[in-house]
Write a protein that binds this ligand. Structure first.
Ligand code: NBY
Length: 814
């Protein structure tokens, strides 16, 4: 038995410098004189990793040997952001690192910046998974993140000379990646295709091909918890590297074909699409990581046992399904239990339902995954049989409960043609949750109403949260220091509701001025960042107004850009006098799915509005617009702390939660927003007087749909709106080409499904209120400070505590 020791005791800066030198020498094989920032980054990362190793081993041992149920967070995406700075913080080595790299002749920031950001997620859902595993470790809860180590993450976004989005592959592993450890000795076999035969009265799956799933382990250090959990991302390898027969015939391409096919599985992250793609490769990915992870969990919790008692499995670990992407895990666990471990159906079902829970992240019914039965049948024939049987059992159960036939028809998991993954997840797990109070309510009232009527006890809410370590402490050190000064402690970093203690300081003008100075410094820093990264010249004496998130019609970047155009027109026309103009810089950041036509056209429009506005001497110093390329975690960490006004302007009832909204409030931005997602709860907490609310409510939206929505009416009714749309239509932002945005204009005027036009007037009107407040810096900052003070609820630590209590029924290791 190896001795499990407590985490390594902290080192001095000198000792840490020596550890870095050792890594440079023995793993980087360079002298300190030869070392570049990239070398020092790798060396320092490995040195930090070594510091975490003992705590990692101890956490693993306690996880397996203890009596605390673990959490398995199944997610196709983990959008982690850069690792080094966070690892240093959580290992308590930040100061030692700073001194050590300076002793080596480097600036700490250059070393931190040398890391290449992995983009293994699309947006909010992937980032939420990253925040959650951070909080699990920080709370000392034993947990595994399970996902895929894609070779290519989300595409890199640039813009061409016409302002169109250009996607380039992001091969993030081109650079040495010191964090992941590939563990060839803990691999799993994942099989596909073939047929199901009967042998001795038992169903036997004879797959046609298999891939080797190899885990790559990432350490997930908790903040001040002495715990280090594991993020296990699977990579696909081929079993038959060489088809020797083919190779001997010199048919080299044929020889590597199976390898290419197998390794394709973990090659690329699907860039979330507006239209459901239903691609075979995506189902292969989903099954690949879920099957490997389930087998891995059995290996971890029943080491060396051929015939483990898996009826205890739900006491060992509970799996959270992050959206429908890993839901194939439900029939897979059934198959494992029945086919591999000989359990009867009922026992297997009991174990399975107890083990899984499902989080839904959408309200758009079209965004719930539905797989063609033919595809599942081809790829996973045994699973299709199991799904059919689950559906049979389900329909019987519903009949037994007296559910009407037409309701049963609507609820079917398996329709004969297709399989509805959200329904499978709801029936096949213990709990279903939405991600904000309003969202969870709407799930019960609309999207999953039939299910909530029959299984009300399964439904619950867990409002999202964000980790204050990355999004306050690391992103905004100036504010962090001020908070610590104001509260007299830094305990708020693990107990964010302590921020409430800042509320009385909002009455203290001196403190509010210090708060304002932090924001000004962050703006100044962002001006430097934007100059370095994008070559932009930004006027820091303007209001910084930001809208960053994926580009989607429902999020309504269109509403923002139309308001910007309208403002531009007003300045040009002289409708507003020069004295009345509040200088603003508007920042957008957004990636559009490569196949999402209107979203990509909206990006093009924003870029071209930017070109026209920023080059027009008439509005210089009054209005500037920037579409920043390739919005990612790094940009978020720089831009959010510098932002004064945040845009959360989705159509009510469409944004499940939002998490950017929380990051902005915690960093002292005021929000202009609709009553949607978590905006509702943010406004409740920070106070209606500290939030710029506008627009229709969910009920008003529903009523307008029901009454028949005609966007053209709104176009005619508000001259500001009419003028803005006319400018887009008449070629002002396309060198006179009236066709450039014709599809977008036609959509606005005839369809406008997300009611941008209907909310325009309210949105334009509230700008006056916003600008009036901004002209009173002390009052503005008082309100911004109250946003910080009252947003402690939106820590992902609190979200995890809610999951522990409402869904997982477990807690920290002893
Ligand atoms: O999840 C987002 C929601 O839109 C946002 O309101 C919420 O705050 C956040 C966390 O709960 N959803 C999201 O980010 N979804 C995706 O990224 C996504 C990714 C892949 C697919 C669908 C959606 N897919 O179909 O594969």
């Amino acid at each position: 038995m190896t001795e499990i020791t407590a985490p390594k005791s902290p080192v001095t800066a000198d000792q840490f410098a020596d550890e870095i030198r050792e890594q440079l020498k023995y793993t980087q094989n360079v002298t300190p004189e030869q070392a570049t920032a990239a070398d020092v980054y790798v060396a320092a990362s490995k040195a930090v990793r070594n510091h975490l190793a003992d705590a990692w081993f101890k956490t693993q041992a306690d996880t397996v040997n203890g009596n605390t149920k673990a959490v398995g967070y199944f997610s196709a995406e983990f959008l982690m952001g850069k690792q080094l700075e966070n690892a240093l913080l959580n290992a308590g080595l930040t100061d030692q690192f700073d001194s050590a790299v300076e002793a080596l002749g480097f600036q700490p920031k250059d070393i931190i910046d040398a890391e290449y950001e992995p983009g293994l997620g699309n947006g909010g859902l992937g980032r939420l998974a990253a925040c959650f595993i951070d909080s699990l470790a920080s709370l000392g809860v034993p947990a595994f993140g399970y996902g895929i180590q894609y070779k290519y993450g989300i595409f890199k976004q640039t813009f061409d000379e016409n302002g169109k989005q250009v996607e380039t592959p992001d091969y993030w592993l081109n650079n040495e990646e010191p964090w992941g450890h590939i563990d060839y000795n803990r691999d799993q076999k994942v099989s596909f295709g073939g047929e199901v035969v009967e042998e001795n009265g038992k169903k036997v799956w004879k797959p046609a091909w298999s891939v080797r799933a190899v885990p790559v382990d990432y350490l997930v250090p908790g903040y001040k918890s002495q715990r280090v959990n594991t993020l296990r991302l699977w990579t696909a390898k081929s079993y038959d590297e060489f088809d020797l027969l083919a190779f001997n015939r010199s048919e080299y391409m044929d020889a590597v074909k199976p390898q290419v096919k197998a390794e394709n599985i973990s090659k690329i992250l699907y860039p979330e699409d507006s239209t459901k793609v239903g691609k075979e490769l995506r189902l292969e990915q989903q099954y690949f990581f879920v099957s490997a992870s389930l087998h891995d969990a059995i290996r971890v919790f029943y080491p060396g046992q051929d015939k483990p008692d898996l009826t205890t499995f739900p006491n060992k670990i509970t799996f959270q399904l992050n959206d429908t992407h890993p839901v194939i895990g439900i029939p897979e666990l059934m198959r494992i239990l029945i086919d591999e471990y000989d359990y009867d159906w009922d026992t297997a079902w009991d174990i399975t339902v107890k083990t899984f829970n499902y989080t839904c992240h959408t309200l758009l019914p079209e965004a719930l995954e539905v797989w063609p039965a033919s595809l599942i049948g081809e790829l996973l024939p045994r699973h299709l049989e199991i799904i059919e049987k689950i559906n049979e059992q389900f329909e019987d159960e519903l009949k037994g409960k007296g559910v009407a036939d037409e309701t049963i028809e609507r609820m079917r998991i398996y329709t004969g043609d297709s399989v509805r993954m959200a329904y499978l997840a709801t029936y096949g797990g213990s709990h279903v949750n939405g991600v904000a109070a309003l969202h969870s309510q709407l799930l019960k009232d609309m999207t999953l109403k039939d299910f909530s009527d029959v299984y009300p006890a399964k439904f619950t809410n867990v409002t999202n949260g964000v980790t204050p370590r990355r999004f306050v402490k690391l992103a905004n050190p100036g504010l962090s220091d001020l908070i610590t000064e104001g509260l007299g402690t830094d305990k708020w970093l693990s107990d964010l509701e302590l921020l409430e203690g800042l509320a009385p300081l909002a009455k203290d003008d001196e403190f509010v001025k210090k708060f304002a100075a932090v924001k000004a410094a962050n703006k100044h820093a962002f001006v430097g960042f934007a100059k370095d990264h994008y070559g932009l010249d930004i006027d820091e004496n303007t209001m910084f107004n930001t809208m960053v998130k994926r580009l989607h019609e429902y999020k309504r970047q269109s509403l923002k850009i139309l308001a910007v155009i309208s403002k531009y027109a007003a300045i040009k026309n002289g409708t507003v006098s020069a004295d009345d103009i509040l200088p603003r810089t508007v920042f957008f950041g957004a990636k559009a799915a490569p196949g999402y036509y209107l979203a990509k056209m909206t990006i093009q429009l924003i870029n071209n509005v930017s070109k026209v506005v920023n080059n027009d001497p008439d509005v210089k110093g009054k209005l500037a617009v920037h579409m920043l390329p390739n919005y990612n975690i790094e940009m978020a960490q720089n831009l959010i702390p510098a932002t004064e006004l945040d845009e959360q302007i989705s159509q009510a009832g469409k944004e499940a939660s939002g998490t950017g909204n929380m990051k902005f409030a915690l960093n002292g931005a005021l929000t202009v927003g609709t009553l949607d997602g978590a905006n509702v709860e943010i406004r409740e907490r920070v106070g209606a007087e500290n939030f710029f609310l506008f627009g229709m409510t969910v009920d008003e939206v529903e009523k307008l749909y029901a009454d028949g929505y005609d966007p053209a009416k709104y176009y005619e009714a508000d001259p500001r709106l009419k003028q803005a749309i006319d400018l887009v239509a008449n070629g002002t932002f396309s060198n006179g080409d009236r066709n450039a945005y014709a599809p977008l204009v036609a959509d606005w005027l005839t369809k406008d499904w997300f009611m941008t036009l209907a909310d325009f007037s309210a949105y334009a009107d509230i700008q006056a209120e916003i600008e009036k407040l901004y002209r009173d810096p002390l009052e503005w900052n008082r309100k911004a400070l109250l946003n910080v003070a009252n947003s402690g609820f939106f820590s992902s630590d609190r979200s995890i505590e809610d999951y522990l209590e409402r869904i997982w029924h477990t807690g920290p290791l002893a």
